[in-house]
Design a protein around this ligand. Structure first.
Ligand code: PEP
Ligand code: CO
Length: 464
């Protein structure tokens, strides 16, 4: 096994860190903002704006993730692939939140553990791309779409010109989104009886209703039992309100630096654009700007790990991002693809566990399972998504590691972007309502299908 960096080397990294130190490293996946001074103006503006989240909330999330690392809680991190500047309404936010709460209720029962709810929301406006060019519908080549915080989505050259003011617009949309999420989650919308009633309505209308009814009626009995014991859901804050945290891929470093603030209580730096940030599969180079930036902010950090990740890379990322080995600081999100988990994941799990790093292991079953249909639609198959989750659980079990969570792309809307699920969406149906700005998302019903299946898997796991 490789030798771990000495403490001295780690201390040197920390001494030289500042919110802008990433600027002397190579930053991948950054748009060409032009050199007319507008990037500097937008950055200066971001630096004056109030933080979106508070350091104390990020610390609270980190402590809860610490429980996940210990195997005493489960992480549900889910939301849109790319949030949109156009599709921005109270109804869209409410529907997304509703599905998140429904999934969390089912998983809480399945795992018999607290489920941490972290949205890909209020800041998920940028996309890394494997190629700088994409095919326009007319067959010509266009700059790839990188998210609404960079440029607009129509397939024209004009729309794809990066505009730094969009970072400021993204900040304002995130503020409004978070405001509504806070209001809904604290104002009664998250009441457990209500969430359960929504789940019952889903079960009643699902073609898999019989299968899911077993679990739904067990939850019903558990609620009736609590009521019989005198627990009044409406007046018990834990059953009436929930904490929903925000997260996004920390891709655009001027945006992240612009919202980084020193916490007045601890003196530590926090990236106040979200509670949790993750580094994507395409920007996790050890000597790159993203790892440098996130090594110095004190939020909980995720890193996506694809099938080519080596045990040494995982260990070095853990040392670099969490030298003090704080439980909950670092989440590794494995996105291997169904059929590739067994070959790629166990060695990583083993190396990290042997090193003693308290990492949360989560499974992103979305990004390794994309493919194009014959008609050219980007899609994912529900069965492959489920299969990767099952393989992830099996790999964790065989290595004695806690399968700590899932990371999903979904929308509350009734879109047709992923194949399968209990409604059996077929290739021909994808055109009916295909709306994503980037990757195909599970629709509301497919998300609930997944939650019920995952809850069944967790129950089998705990019982065996
Ligand atoms: C994403 O989460 O949207 C994403 C692009 O993931 P990855 O970095 O794993 O490809
Ligand atoms: Co995506």
């Amino acid at each position: 096994m490789r030798s771990t960096p000495t403490l001295k080397a780690v201390a040197t990294v920390r001494d030289t860190w500042s919110p802008s130190s990433w600027r002397s490293f190579e930053a991948l996946q950054q748009p060409d903002w032009g050199d007319d001074g507008r990037l500097e103006e937008a950055f200066a503006r971001l630096k004056t704006l109030p933080p979106l989240v508070f350091a104390g909330e990020a610390r609270q999330l980190q402590a809860s993730l610490g429980k996940v690392a210990e195997g005493k809680a489960f992480l549900l991190q889910a939301g849109d692939c790319a949030e949109s500047f156009h599709d921005f309404s109270a109804v869209a936010i409410r529907e997304r939140l509703k599905i998140l709460l429904q999934m969390a209720a089912v998983l809480t029962y399945g795992a018999a553990l607290p489920v941490l709810k972290v949205g890909r929301i209020a800041g998920q406006f940028t996309k890394p791309r494997s190629s700088p060019w994409e095919d326009a519908p007319d067959g010509t080549q266009l700059p790839s779409f990188r998210g609404h915080m960079v440029h607009d989505d129509p397939p024209t050259f004009e729309a794809r010109v990066p505009d730094p003011d969009r970072m400021v617009q993204g900040y304002h949309q995130s503020t409004a989104t978070l405001n509504l999420v806070r209001a809904f989650t604290k104002g009664g919308f998250a009441d457990l009886n209500q969430v359960h009633a929504w789940n019952q309505a889903f079960v009643a209308s699902s073609s898999q209703g019989r299968r899911y009814e077993v679990m739904a009626s067990e939850i019903e009995r558990a609620l009736a039992f609590m009521a019989a014991c005198g627990v009044d859901v409406a007046s018990t804050p834990q059953l009436h309100q929930v904490d929903v945290y925000t997260s996004h891929e920390g891709l655009l470093l001027p945006y992240e630096e612009g919202l980084t603030r020193r916490d007045s209580i601890t003196g530590d730096w926090y990236d106040c654009s979200a509670h949790m940030l993750w580094i994507g599969e395409r920007t996790r180079e050890l000597d790159g700007a993203h790892v440098e930036f996130f090594s110095g902010v004190h939020n909980p950090i995720g890193v996506k790990l694809g099938p080519t990740t080596t045990p040494d890379q995982a260990l070095e990322l853990a040392e670099r991002l969490n030298p003090e080995r704080i439980p909950g600081r670092l989440t590794f999100v494995a996105r291997m693809g169904a059929g590739r988990v067994q070959a790629a994941l166990p060695a990583l799990l083993r190396a990290v566990t042997d090193s003693g790093h308290p990492v949360v292991w989560a499974c992103d079953p979305m990004h390794g399972n994309g493919f194009k249909t014959t008609s050219g639609r980007k899609t994912r198959d529900f069965d492959q998504i489920m299969l990767e989750i099952e393989e992830f659980f099996a790999a964790c079990r065989s290595e004695g590691t806690w399968p700590g969570g899932v990371h999903l792309e979904y929308t509350g809307d009734d879109v047709t972007e992923c194949l399968g699920g209990s409604e059996h969406i077929s290739e021909e149906q994808l055109d009916t309502r295909y709306e994503t700005l980037c990757d195909p998302r599970l629709n509301g019903r497919q998300s609930l299908d997944l939650a019920f299946r995952l809850a069944e898997l967790m129950r089998r796991d705990t019982l065996s």
